[in-house]
Design a binder for this molecule. Structure first.
Ligand code: FE2
Length: 188
C-alpha cells in the first residue's frame, strides 16, 4: 500500500471500517487481475492504488444512507451516485495518473451504457474503469453488506455472468479464469 492509499485507509477506517476492508481486499485482488491481464508493473501498482481509494467519495454520503438495510429511495440513490464525482474531486489535487483518476470517476459505468456518472458504454469507458467495475462487483457480491449476505465465489461468478451486459465481456472472462485459478488453488 503506498502513502496515499495508507492515508485514505486511516481516514476511512475511523468512519467506515467496512469500506476500509473493501478497499484493502480490492487492492490485492486488483493487483492480481492487472498482472493476469499483462499490465506493466507501473500499471499494476496504479490499478492497486485505484482499488484502494476508489470509494473515497462515500465519505461525503450520510452513514444512514450508506448502511441502509432497505431499498434506497430515488433521492437517496441519486445522492449515493454522487460518490464517484466527489471521490474524483477529492483526489484531483494529488496529481495521480490518468488511469487512476478514470477508475475512481468511472468505476460504476456499465458496458451497456446504463451506469453512472456519465452513462458511457463499451470501450468509451476507460480500461481501468472497466477492470474496476468487475473487481468491485465481485467483492460486493461475496461480502456481507447491511442490505445482503455475501455468497460464495462460484455463485458470485455465476451472478456476474448472468449480468454480463454490465461488464466488458473479455475482461469478465479473464477475471473468472483468474478467480477460479486462485480459489481452486487456495488451501481449504
Ligand atoms: Fe463505488
Amino acid at each position: 500500500m503506498d502513502r496515499i492509499a495508507k492515508f485514505v485507509e486511516r481516514m476511512v477506517s475511523y468512519r467506515d471500517p467496512d469500506l476500509a476492508g473493501h478497499h484493502r481486499r480490492l487492492g490485492s485482488e486488483a493487483y492480481s487481475f492487472a498482472l493476469h491481464l499483462g499490465c506493466s508493473a507501473e500499471e499494476c501498482e496504479g490499478f492497486k492504488q485505484a482499488a484502494e481509494i476508489h470509494d473515497i467519495g462515500k465519505m461525503a454520503i450520510p452513514e444512514n444512507i450508506l448502511n441502509k438495510a432497505s431499498r434506497l429511495t430515488p433521492a437517496e440513490m441519486m445522492l449515493v451516485k454522487q460518490h464517484t464525482l466527489i471521490g474524483h474531486e477529492i483526489i484531483s489535487p494529488l496529481g495521480l495518473s490518468q488511469n487512476v483518476e478514470d477508475a475512481v470517476l468511472m468505476h460504476h459505468e456499465n458496458f451497456d451504457g446504463s451506469g453512472y456518472p456519465r452513462g458511457l458504454g463499451g470501450t468509451d469507458i476507460p480500461y481501468f474503469a472497466r477492470m474496476m467495475r468487475i473487481c468491485d462487483s465481485f467483492d460486493a457480491i461475496t461480502e456481507d453488506r447491511p442490505y445482503h449476505w455475501g455468497v460464495s465465489w462460484q455463485q458470485a461468478l455465476n451472478i456476474m455472468d448472468n449480468d454480463r451486459r454490465f461488464y466488458d465481456p473479455e475482461l469478465l472472462d479473464e477475471f473468472g479464469e483468474l478467480i477460479r485459478t486462485l480459489r481452486e488453488e487456495a488451501p481449504g
